[in-house]
Design a binder for this molecule. Structure first.
Ligand code: F0G
Length: 454
């Protein structure tokens, strides 16, 4: 059969409240044009993030009831740890309330003034935690990763030559090399197993730790299976194990590829580093057998990790994005190609070539998409990255609108609705106006700043 169906039945539903365009225009104006300030009840299809927004399975909900909430020595921790180690063979598994807490703990140990931490592309919380420690976060993506039209199969790959020269010239300043799979900030693009292993080899040759940000490890493994020579016959589990076997540790947001509504972990092999991390964990998150989570959350994540590697799920998951990208591309709407793992990215710089990047074209597209169809997306461009640490403002490398799909939450007709919304938006594209930021906090402005339509 050619039709790829959602590989699940729906047992429990959440109604969507229908709204009119006039109502949405009013709500967005009241939110001062910041999509983060909208109430979720005013959103029809929420593609703001794929983080913590997925549907848990019946088995996960059943596992929740087995949660043991003991402060120390909970069997829920043992089940969680076994499930993680089944895929990621690290010695120390340290649970945290979400990914950024794992990053904060790691960077409190590895970061510090004068240090440099490279990655293919750091996610913004990783960058934030590195910079908060006084260290420098460096992105070393391959050139194809910056070109929205390049059809390179692994646009998330690390530029190994650039990594080599950084390690040769500034090796003393580098405590660790990181790699993000898939590369969220660069369009959800995958990293090949070959590239992960080569980056690890380089890091180790220079005596550096190699740390994987593994948030979307299963989606990345699916791409490896489909696109990397010699990988097609292998199981997702074997590919995942290979991705982590060459690493010294990982940070994880379990809100992505562990099907959790909350959760994360830091994993390490080094005993001494793990001891330091656990001290910090106790100070900031909780005792090492629950970290920042409840026993029931650990149970849900253990079950989620068993489900995420299912190939029929991954096939449906990745195909949904490909389908939307194909349809938008057929309408000549500029999209990042090939489709990413967790999201569709629209290239607003190419769609609105006449608009100054500091009038925030991707934000203009995201706002009009909400007004037309009630779809909430997220700007990844100059609103998010434009403000520099010295206070100046400069355009971001790309002006993207991200439509991130929660896992197992929306169906084919929701995808078709998104496509229809873009057809409407295309008819209105020449009428889009830019925005001015009228009020912004000192850091991470995109979450709370206020806008005025020009
Ligand atoms: N690393 C990557 C690659 C991420 O995408 C995220 C979160 C984190 C780390 C941080 O994890 O949210 O659990 O603290 N990304 C979400 C997103 C927020 O919408 O892309 P967290």
């Amino acid at each position: 059969m050619k039709t790829i169906i959602e590989p699940f039945r729906i047992k429990s539903v959440e109604p969507i409240r229908m709204t009119t365009r006039a109502e949405r225009e009013e709500k967005l104006a009241a939110a001062r044009y910041n999509l983060f300030a909208l109430k979720s009840r005013d959103v029809l299809i929420d593609l703001l993030t794929d983080s913590g927004t997925g549907a848990m399975s019946a088995r996960q909900w059943a596992a929740v009831m087995n949660g043991d909430e003991s402060y120390a020595g909970s069997p829920s921790f043992d089940r969680f740890k076994t499930a993680v180690q089944n895929l990621m063979p690290f010695d120390h598994i340290i649970p945290t309330h979400q990914g950024r807490a794992a990053e904060a703990i790691l960077m409190s140990i590895l970061g510090g003034p004068g240090r440099k931490i490279p990655s293919n592309t750091h996610f913004d919380t990783t960058r934030g935690n590195i910079e908060a420690s006084g260290a420098e976060a460096i992105d070393l993506i391959i050139p194809e990763g910056r070109d929205s039209q390049s059809l390179h199969p692994f646009k998330g790959n690390m530029d190994l030559a650039a990594l080599e020269s950084l390690l040769t010239e500034h090796g003393d300043a580098v405590p660790a090399v990181m790699i993000t799979i898939t590369n969220n900030a660069g369009g959800g693009q995958p990293v090949s197993l070959e590239n992960i292993q080569a980056a690890s080899k380089l890091a180790r040759r220079h005596g550096k730790l190699f740390i994987v940000d593994g948030c979307r490890f299963a989606e990345n493994a699916w791409f490896i299976k489909q696109r990397e020579p010699g990988q097609f016959e292998r199981t997702i589990t074997d590919i995942v194990r290979d991705c982590f076997a060459c690493a010294d540790g990982m940070t994880m947001s379990a809100k992505k590829d562990a099907f959790g509504n909350i959760g994360g972990w830091l994993a390490l092999n080094d005993d001494d580093l793990a001891e330091q991390a656990r001290v910090k964990l106790i100070q900031t998150e909780g005792f090492p057998t629950y970290g920042g989570l409840a026993g029931r959350d650990l149970e849900a994540l253990a079950e989620g990790l068993a489900e995420i590697i299912d190939e029929s799920y991954l096939r449906y998951r990745i195909r949904t994005n490909e389908y939307i990208v194909e349809q938008l591309d057929a309408m000549d709407i500029p999209v990042v190609k090939p489709a990413g793992g967790h999201a569709v990215f629209v290239d607003a710089k190419r769609w609105l070539p006449g608009m100054n990047p500091l009038d925030y074209p991707a934000h203009a597209v995201a706002c009009r998409l909400y007004e037309i169809a009630g779809i909430r997306s997220c700007e990844i461009g100059s609103v998010m990255f434009g403000r520099q640490t010295d206070g100046s403002e400069k355009p971001a490398a790309m002006e993207l609108v991200r439509l991130a799909f929660p896992r197992r939450t929306y169906t084919q007709s929701h995808a078709d609705y998104v496509i229809e919304a873009f057809a409407e938006l295309k008819d209105e594209i020449t009428s889009l106006r830019g925005f001015t930021i009228t009020n912004e906090p000192k850091q991470m402005r995109h979450f709370t700043c206020a806008f005025e339509r020009q």
